[in-house]
Ligand binder design. Structure first.
Ligand SMILES: *[C@@H]1O[C@H](CO)[C@@H](O)[C@H](O)[C@H]1NC(C)=O
Ligand SMILES: *[C@@H]1O[C@H](CO)[C@@H](O)[C@H](O)[C@H]1NC(C)=O
Ligand SMILES: *[C@@H]1O[C@H](CO)[C@@H](O)[C@H](O)[C@H]1NC(C)=O
Ligand SMILES: *[C@@H]1O[C@H](CO)[C@@H](O)[C@H](O)[C@H]1NC(C)=O
Ligand SMILES: *[C@@H]1O[C@H](CO)[C@@H](O)[C@H](O)[C@H]1NC(C)=O
Length: 525
């Protein structure tokens, strides 16, 4: 038990004597109207498709990848959603004579140790490997718009549909939620896939033409489960000129026959592009206000999407482009960013967050394949690095545990008057179930002063809670790249399954709780 009475109102003076900073947080025991429904698969994945079979397996499942997804499923009852596509989506061709896939990669460099393929040719067996995902996984697959060859898109879409009609996939309850046509078409004018004057109206016309044929090839109809994901833009003008959901809506994309089969608008977001890292950059990433700034710029796009009755997702996101900043995106501090980022996203109407992953990318939650080059600078590793999880993976675990398996979870951000502490209350139906607190003040290896701590006093509205069970994400330093534990358990194991005994504390809530710099605390009631 923690020291008693420190938060008792009549003993306010004691708080002053204790030289710990203190914060009051008030929590409603009954879900307030603002508590948003939260998807059990909130933490989902976007996977670069050039090396998809390295993730999932070819003739048998990649058990490590399966386990890391299944860990999340065990906590919420629902596996993460998987979007496959991204940059290499627009460099993919179909050839029935290719068994799985054939990729051509550029030479690795120090800044891009694991570049995306410049060309990828796939056959039926490539799409069929979705059978190795956890049962009941929902999938979104991208087809090529970049090369402007409608035949190639039709062939891929037919093969995808054929795979998802197979008994191996159907019997596992694995379903195709959507097809995406083209990745980040707002960048085509810069990356050579279209002329410099490429516009959103030209894009809208092309999309309608492609989707007309792709809907037939993939069996997308008003009554099918499978629909289209729209947009997949890298950025947004947030207005009806330039590229944005608002622009393509005003150009009539949704009123076209295939456009009416759109379920979801997807946009992409990175907090910046840094190919080198620093402590300042890590603190910047973790900071509450920059997280809110990076997401709330999408408010107008989300509102416009919801007005059309469509779902809004971040279909591809992560910390910094360049596959992550070295020493920043692959650290424990980035885990705190990941957690606050996805929990804040649902507060503003984003229903799902797909963290982008590629083999050897710095910002991965999961490294599902053996690596022989350093993810940080491309140098040859002294010995091969076996499949493993990176610090951000713990954020997905914590979110999954906080959401729970009730199937009726809601969450609301707590009002906390502190620039470095964020918190969320989780409800099952209307009942308070858990609280997650995140202290995003970075505590670095180079820090020589004592690790700062904040004492949190909890008060409850509309009911009482006397005790709480506490779990902590133990982190040595914000810039550590391994060695984290969640309530005593590590996921940094050979098979990706947790190891170690679960360790919890029980507190009297009137005593409050301490949270250290660079720490996550979860209270269960
Ligand atoms: C916290 O609440 C207590 C009791 O209501 C009050 O005495 C104290 O000043 C508050 N502390 C802060 C830091 O707001
Ligand atoms: C378009 O794709 C098809 C199928 O892959 C291919 O046969 C054809 O040559 C492509 N057309 C062009 C102009 O590249
Ligand atoms: C865009 O530029 C190309 C040449 O690069 C030209 O052929 C085309 O007419 C231009 N389109 C528009 C709409 O201006
Ligand atoms: C696409 O669909 C249209 C309309 O049904 C059809 O005329 C056209 O041949 C199709 N294109 C291809 C490449 O199959
Ligand atoms: C996004 O986050 C980065 C730090 O990661 C920050 O520098 C940038 O200003 C933020 N952008 C917005 C729009 O808030």
């Amino acid at each position: 038990m923690a020291p008693l009475l420190r938060c008792h109102p009549s003993l306010g003076l004691l708080l002053l004597v204790h030289a710990v900073s203190a914060l009051n947080i008030s929590i409603s025991v009954v879900a307030p109207p603002a508590a948003a429904p939260i998807s059990p698969s909130l933490a989902s994945f976007s996977i670069e498709q050039d090396r998809w079979t390295d993730w999932v397996g070819t003739t048998s499942r990649n058990q490590f990848f399966f386990n890391t997804l299944d860990n999340l499923k065990q906590l919420t009852g629902v596996p993460p959603l998987i979007r496959i596509g991204a940059n290499s989506e627009d460099h993919t061709d179909f050839d029935p004579n290719v068994r799985f896939s054939e990729a051509v990669f550029p030479a690795p460099s120090a800044t891009v140790p694991y570049p995306e393929a410049v060309s990828l040719v796939v056959g039926d067996a490539y799409y069929q490997t979705a059978q190795f995902l956890p049962p009941n996984t929902h999938v979104i697959w991208g087809v090529n718009l970049g090369q402007n060859n409608i035949t190639a898109a039709i062939l891929a879409a037919s093969s995808i549909a054929k795979a998802f009609r197979s008994s191996a996939i159907k019997d596992a309850g694995i379903v195709l939620d959507a097809i995406e046509i083209g990745n980040e078409p707002d960048l085509y004018m810069n990356n050579g896939l279209r002329a410099r004057n490429y516009s959103s109206s030209q894009y809208t016309n092309e999309w309608i033409a492609f989707a007309t044929n792709v809907s037939v090839a993939a069996g997308i109809t008003p009554t099918s489960h499978t629909k289209f994901w729209g947009a997949a833009f890298a950025g947004s003008s947030h207005t009806t000129s330039g590229f944005s959901p608002q622009a393509i809506f005003s150009q009539g994309i949704l009123s076209s026959a295939p456009g009416s089969l759109t379920s979801t608008i997807s946009q992409h977001r990175y907090s910046g592009s840094f190919c080198t890292g620093s402590g300042g950059l890590l603190q910047d990433l973790m900071t509450k206000s920059t997280i809110r700034g990076n997401l709330s710029i999408y408010d107008p796009d989300i509102a416009a999407t919801h007005e059309k009755g469509l779902d809004y997702v971040l279909g591809e996101t992560n910390s910094y482009s360049c596959h992550g900043a070295p020493g920043v995106s692959n650290t424990a501090g980035a885990a705190l960013w990941t957690l606050d980022y996805m929990l804040y996203a649902i507060q503003i109407g984003i229903s799902q967050v797909f963290f982008h992953q590629g083999i050897g990318f710095k910002y991965n939650l999961i490294q599902p394949a053996t690596l022989t080059r350093s993810i940080l600078d491309g140098s040859t590793l002294p010995e091969p690095l076996l499949p493993h999880v990176q610090p951000q993976y713990y954020a997905a675990i914590i979110a999954a545990e906080a959401i729970g398996d009730s199937g009726n979870a809601h969450a609301v951000e707590l009002s906390i008057n502190d620039p470095q502490i964020a918190g969320y209350a989780f409800y099952e139906g209307t009942d308070l179930a858990r609280v997650v607190l995140i202290n995003s003040k970075a505590y670095f290896k180079s820090d020589t002063t004592a690790r700062p701590k904040t004492h949190i006093c909890l008060s409850f509205l509309g009911g009482r809670r006397r005790t709480a069970i506490v779990k902590r994400l133990a982190i040595g330093h914000a810039d550590d790249t391994s060695g984290l534990t969640w309530s005593g358990q590590t996921y940094e194991t050979k098979n990706g399954r947790p190891s170690g005994n679960v360790q919890t504390e029980t507190i009297h809530v009137f005593a409050g709780i301490d949270i250290s710099a660079t720490e996550v605390v979860m209270l269960s009631f």
